[in-house]
Design a protein around this ligand. Structure first.
Ligand code: AMP
Ligand code: ZN
Length: 465
């Protein structure tokens, strides 16, 4: 497997710390609004990476956070709190906003056949870990307290600019022009680990800490959750290119200062999806969501297919014209696969040969368009029986996840499924708020409909009784 590593700016052989096992961390959404299809392009690339690694035989443990606190509108610790902004916009509490948009995000993931990572953690559930880390950073002089907030001192970090390759002088110009100067910082790019003094008096989410009541900065969340769930060494960390600076740069600085050694070996970043006017955003023009695409008559998988046709490191321009082409091509491809007869024997030798071709395409820095070419090569191969073709493509679809062998296109979960998932989330929130009466009522209500909830360490599942 070869992967482009942002850290070293080249394509490298992928060698995990522990043979056969991959520890992977992917930054999750800030749940103050719907995800736009640009955000979801990043999650599609991460999904392919996870499933592709499994296809190669690795045992992958993937963790993702849900940012429900601490992310300000400017990545440089200034501006309004994104969650508070969302709550104000909709006249709801931050908890309600987080809950609503987390569910919406999961629905988008399901619609796009993006498998939910094994471990998904809310940032607000790990406050003790951040406090423990910040205490050590303060003890070892990597951090300082100024005007009540705790800051990380970037001048103490080893090679702070190694991931971004940015020149500190260039950044200084940027600071003067765009970032509101925080006079409490020693260096303009020092970042907040813990906010106690802030201009957001109505902050709903706050916790007691050795430095006063407050809340964590955005960056410490990913370092903390990764440390807690994956330990001291990480193989792959992913996100969109906008995460390289400052978010991932700051994650590296604080994690390595805390751990006292190198933390993550491979940093993989997906290029952006832009609209025809430039960068995609949630505030300008038409807000492109998966639901909007569904409303306009597309299947979410048309969009997944559209993404897979280009390389994750190339920026991609979205247009309905290009999506129409993707939709038609996918439909033709699926019809071809579905018209194959399924009787007879599978040619194992050919099956294995094409599996290797597919692995090879994936191993070339996740070359998804080449992976799709292998699908066409299989269909064109006149020496293959129909059933062999069908079985090979069914196998590839474990990674591509385009429902190539599924008769009815899966657009959305059934209404009942949706209702159950919503109730499970509601019950989880009730328990978190110590409203056990409500939690029991939800459980009994579902049981009366023949749905039995089963609580496991990984979360709640259900069975029909
Ligand atoms: P956010 O919810 O803003 O924290 O972003 C969620 C993910 O989407 C992050 O990994 C971002 O890097 C990524 N992202 C943001 N904008 C885009 C875009 N236009 N295209 C692709 N990925 C994006
Ligand atoms: Zn992150």
């Amino acid at each position: 497997m070869r992967l482009y590593n942002t850290l070293n700016k080249e394509i490298e052989d992928f060698i995990p710390n522990e043979e056969g096992k991959v520890k992977m961390y992917t930054c999750g959404p800030t749940v103050y609004h719907y995800a736009h299809i640009g955000n979801l392009r990043s999650y599609i690339f991460e999904d392919i990476l996870e499933k592709g690694l499994e296809y190669l035989g690795y045992d992958v443990t993937r963790v993702m956070n849900i940012t429900d606190v601490g992310h300000l509108t400017s990545d440089g610790d200034s501006g309004e709190d994104k969650m508070a902004k969302g709550a104000k916009r909709e006249g709801k509490t931050v908890y309600e906003i987080a809950d609503f948009y987390t569910k919406a995000f999961f629905k988008d993931m399901d619609n796009l056949n993006i498998r939910r990572p094994k471990i998904i953690e809310k940032a607000s559930d790990h406050i003790d870990t951040y406090i423990k880390m910040i205490e050590k950073l303060l003890d070892e002089d990597y951090a300082y307290i100024s005007n009540g907030n705790v800051y990380f001192d970037i001048s103490k970090a080893k090679d702070y600019y190694k991931l971004s390759g940015k020149n500190p002088d260039d950044l200084m110009i940027g600071v003067r022009e765009t970032v509101e100067e925080d006079k409490s910082k020693r260096n303009p790019y020092d970042f907040v680990l813990w906010f106690t003094v802030s201009k957001f008096e109505n902050q709903d989410m706050k916790w007691d800490s050795p430095w006063g009541i407050g809340y964590p900065g955005w960056h410490i969340e990913c370092s903390g959750i990764s440390y807690e769930k994956l330990g001291e060494y990480l193989d792959i960390h992913c996100g969109g290119v906008d995460n390289i600076f400052p978010h991932h740069t700051n994650e590296i600085a604080q994690s390595e200062a805390f751990l006292g050694h190198k933390w993550c070996n491979y940093w993989c970043h997906g290029a952006h999806l832009n609209d025809e006017t430039g960068k995609m955003s949630k505030s300008k023009g038409e807000f492109l969501t998966v639901d909007l695409l569904i409303e306009k008559g597309y299947s979410p998988l048309d969009y997944r297919f559209f993404c897979l046709n280009s390389h994750y490191r190339n920026s991609l321009v979205f247009s309905y014209n290009s999506l129409d082409i993707a939709k038609n091509t996918l439909e033709k491809l699926r019809n071809k696969v579905l018209s194959l007869t399924k009787d007879g024997d599978v040619d194992d030798e050919k099956f294995n040969y094409y599996r290797e071709c597919f692995k090879d395409a994936f191993s070339k820095d996740i070359n998804t368009s080449m992976m799709l070419t292998v699908v066409y090569d299989v269909l064109k191969d006149s020496e293959l029986t129909d059933v062999t073709k069908y079985k090979i493509i069914e196998d590839f679809d474990k990674v591509l996840s385009l429902d190539l062998t599924i008769e009815t296109k899966k657009d959305v979960a059934s209404d009942l499924e949706k209702e159950i998932l919503e109730k499970i989330e509601e019950r989880k929130l009730a328990k978190k708020n110590k409203d056990f009466k409500l939690a029991d009522e939800i459980r009994d209500e579902l049981l009366a409909k023949g749905i039995k909830l089963i609580d496991t360490r990984e979360g709640t599942t259900y069975e029909v009784v």
